[in-house]
Design a protein around this ligand. Structure first.
Ligand SMILES: Cc1cc2nc3c(=O)[nH]c(=O)nc-3n(C[C@H](O)[C@H](O)[C@H](O)COP(=O)(O)OP(=O)(O)OC[C@H]3O[C@@H](n4cnc5c(N)ncnc54)[C@H](O)[C@@H]3O)c2cc1C
Length: 667
């Protein structure tokens, strides 16, 4: 396919200036912070950990964690009153930068300061902050975030560990009632953690108050388990072996009343339970929602690891030659092959797209973390976007790192070229901080219920009925880029024929239309399944509503495929809007022109991946569907000369690009 002539990428450009302008766009509003972290990382000595024993690797990571504790990023997320810097967005950005390095160190830091420290900061109150925050930042107090149990990972609301209040001694008694209630996979538990934030069902006066978090010492000063605490080592894992994951069980472990992290629920000196949030369901979702930083961090670090893999694969593919070009012109550079471009360049475009979506997410976190009253709906929407972008970014990491490994052939399989380690270490990102499939279901439910918080109190059937009654048709809630998008939509479409595919307004409409259609269809399906009339008038025909648990279960289960796809296309639209906003903001004409084409590639490769839907729903004719593939290929060819600049713009500190194949070993 011939591309529209107006693209302007054939003008001569100063490649260094272009790369710098792209880096500025990718760094976004945290440019200064990123430059500071990069400067620190640029002097790092990066060691090969692949031959270390588990114990040696854990020790190395723990030593490096101590070095990290002396730097600013460990303090960003904490309250300034206790030596922190009160900037959670900055803490997430700094963490994302750690994703360019050893991912065990990144995860260990995330467990200590993000999960453990974050829970003390966000779920605790002054008494906890005063006592613990400095020590947590300085690594005087190492800790765990003990939520998951062997029997319950995704379903946190039904954890089984108990914390029963004993008014006679003003203590909580922590117990593991059965083997399935054992805390499992817990980072920092097997070796280094001295305390754990333990999530347990709080029982006061014989009544369960739902899941709450308590600070429980697990080791004494000599590193021995505290009385009643059993600790097991999870042993060798598929990756991230510098992190000591372990299992914790509790037998009548007593902690004082003040150990309860009591921001959202407390037991007073009189032994009575109180909470600023009356409903158990809302309290639980508010508490869990507060811990959103971890999820945003995983999305960001998945992005960094993916960029590192792309930098290695594109760099290698730009030098490695294979097969003679006819006419004695020498061998062909791998990246000149269309199939090779197809392996790497759409993924590169998606990495750009997700970077800009991550900016919006972190920006939203910064805004909602400020002082003053919270807008609950905005908070829920941010939680939903964090869940969706985490899922999409981590799946993208898994697929792209594998593609990069294959793009480097046999060399990609050697540990010295880093890709196998990246693959192993990022694999579990799709599972921890929320299993991706479960997260996408949350996204879809948020869309269907318009993020209303009372849904937290409803069971499955009641939620389906709520949706059936409240859902008034899909509504596209714009992201931060709303001004730009609206202007583009008002202006377009300005092209026709095949070139319409490159029209931004057409592209946005295509994504919006797909989302609206899927969401409306999903609501209709649930409405019918819940036994309410499909026309939205809320009349209960009672044909399914009384079928009990099985009926309630089936309502959502039968529509799970639809639920997941709806969430996915919603996130695709959110990501596209972020990309469009970033293109418009870019002050450099050359970088803007290039980003605009990268955005086209992101959109058209995404449509190509979902052609079946566009065809089945009459959104594309067969002829235009074929031209989508032509356009993707043409864009790959157009962008090929810029591929190196696009990965150089990630500005990954040199020591972290030490793959032997980048030193010319493969050419
Ligand atoms: C290396 C590592 C580090 C970890 N660190 C910590 C930590 O420090 N602290 C902590 O508390 N936890 C930690 N975890 C636990 C992690 O958060 C859980 O593994 C995760 O929440 C998933 O829970 P699960 O393993 O029980 O899987 P499950 O929830 O049982 O999921 C298993 C499969 O079932 C599917 N599934 C489950 N429910 C549904 C549903 N409703 N609909 C459709 N499909 C469904 C999932 O998609 C998945 O494919 C860690 C895990 C690992 C592996």
């Amino acid at each position: 396919m011939d591309l529209p002539a107006s693209f302007g990428l054939d003008e001569p450009v100063d490649v260094d200036a272009l790369t710098t302008a792209l880096t500025t766009a990718l760094d976004g509003r945290w440019g200064e912070l990123r430059r500071g972290v990069r400067a620190q990382m640029a002097t790092a000595v990066v060691r090969d950990n692949s031959d270390l024993t588990t114990e040696q690797y854990r020790q190395r990571v723990f030593d490096d964690l101590h070095l990290l504790a002396k730097t600013g990023p460990a303090r960003f997320g904490f309250d300034p009153k206790y030596g922190g810097m009160g900037d959670p967005a900055a803490s997430v950005v700094a963490h994302e930068m750690l994703g360019f390095g050893d991912l065990s160190l990144m995860v260990k830091a995330g467990v200590q300061w993000g999960l453990f420290g974050g829970a003390v900061q966000l779920l605790g109150t002054r008494r906890h902050h005063e006592r613990y925050l400095r020590d947590i930042m300085d690594l005087q107090l190492t800790g765990c975030f003990a939520m998951t149990e062997t029997g319950h990972g995704s379903d946190v609301q039904h954890l089984r560990t108990t914390a029963a209040y004993d008014p006679a001694t003003a203590e909580f008694v922590i117990g593991t009632p059965d083997p399935a209630a054992r805390k499992d996979y817990i980072g920092n538990a097997a070796r280094d953690g001295r305390m754990a934030v333990v999530f347990a069902q709080l029982i006061v006066d014989g009544r369960s108050r739902g899941v709450h978090a308590l600070l429980v010492p697990i080791r004494d000063g000599d590193g021995n388990p505290m009385p009643g605490v059993s600790i097991e080592d999870c042993g060798r894992k598929g990756g991230l072996n510098g992190v000591d994951n372990g299992r914790l069980s509790f037998r009548d472990v007593r902690v004082p009343r003040e150990a309860l992290l009591n921001r959202f629920g407390d037991v007073g000196e009189d032994g009575r339970y109180s909470s600023p949030i009356e409903s158990d369901g809302r309290r639980f979702f508010t508490m869990i929602g507060t811990l959103i930083r971890g999820r945003i961090s995983v999305a960001g670090t998945a992005g960094s690891a993916t960029k590192r893999a792309l930098a290695i694969a594109v760099g290698y593919s730009n030098t490695r030659r294979q097969f003679e070009r006819p006419g004695g012109q020498g061998e062909v550079v791998l990246l000149d092959y269309q199939a090779h471009q197809g392996k790497l360049l759409p993924a590169l475009a998606t990495s750009y797209a997700l970077s800009f979506a991550q900016h919006e997410l972190v920006g939203g976190l910064g805004e909602l973390s400020g002082e003053g009253p919270r807008d609950e709906r905005q908070q829920r929407e941010l939680e939903s976007r964090a869940a969706g972008i985490k899922a999409v970014a981590t799946w993208h990491a898994t697929a792209t790192i594998q593609a990069c490994r294959e793009a480097c052939g046999g060399a990609g399989y050697l540990a010295e070229n880093l890709l196998t380690t990246l693959k192993a270490d990022t694999d579990v990102f799709t599972t921890f901080e929320g299993d991706n499939t479960v997260l996408l279901q949350l996204v879809a439910k948020g869309l269907l219920t318009n993020y209303q918080s009372q849904v937290g109190d409803l069971g499955t059937l009641a939620t389906a009925r709520f949706i059936a009654e409240q859902f008034a048709g899909a509504f596209i809630e714009r992201t931060a880029a709303r001004g730009v998008i609206e202007r583009l939509l008002a202006a377009g479409p300005g092209r026709d024929g095949e070139t319409v595919l490159f029209d931004r307004a057409w592209q946005i409409r295509a994504f919006e239309d797909r989302e609206k259609h899927m969401l409306d269809g999903l609501a209709r399906r649930l409405r019918r399944a819940a036994g309410l009339s499909g026309d939205g008038n809320g009349v209960d025909r009672g044909d399914r509503g009384d079928r009990g648990d099985r009926g309630a279960f089936a309502i959502f289960n039968d529509a799970q495929d639809h639920l997941l796809r709806t969430a996915r296309v919603h996130i695709d639209r959110v990501v596209l809007e972020a990309f469009v906003g970033a293109v418009e903001r870019c002050p450099s004409p050359a970088a803007r022109a290039l980003l605009s084409r990268v955005c086209d590639l992101y959109v058209l490769a995404s449509i190509e991946g979902d052609l079946a839907w566009f065809l089945a729903h009459g959104r594309l004719t067969a002829v235009r569907a074929k031209s989508v593939t032509g356009a993707v290929n043409a864009l790959c060819e157009l962008l090929r000369p810029h591929a190196q600049a696009l990965v150089d713009a990630f500005a990954i500190p040199r020591p972290y690009l030490g793959a032997a194949i980048l030193a010319g070993a493969g050419s």
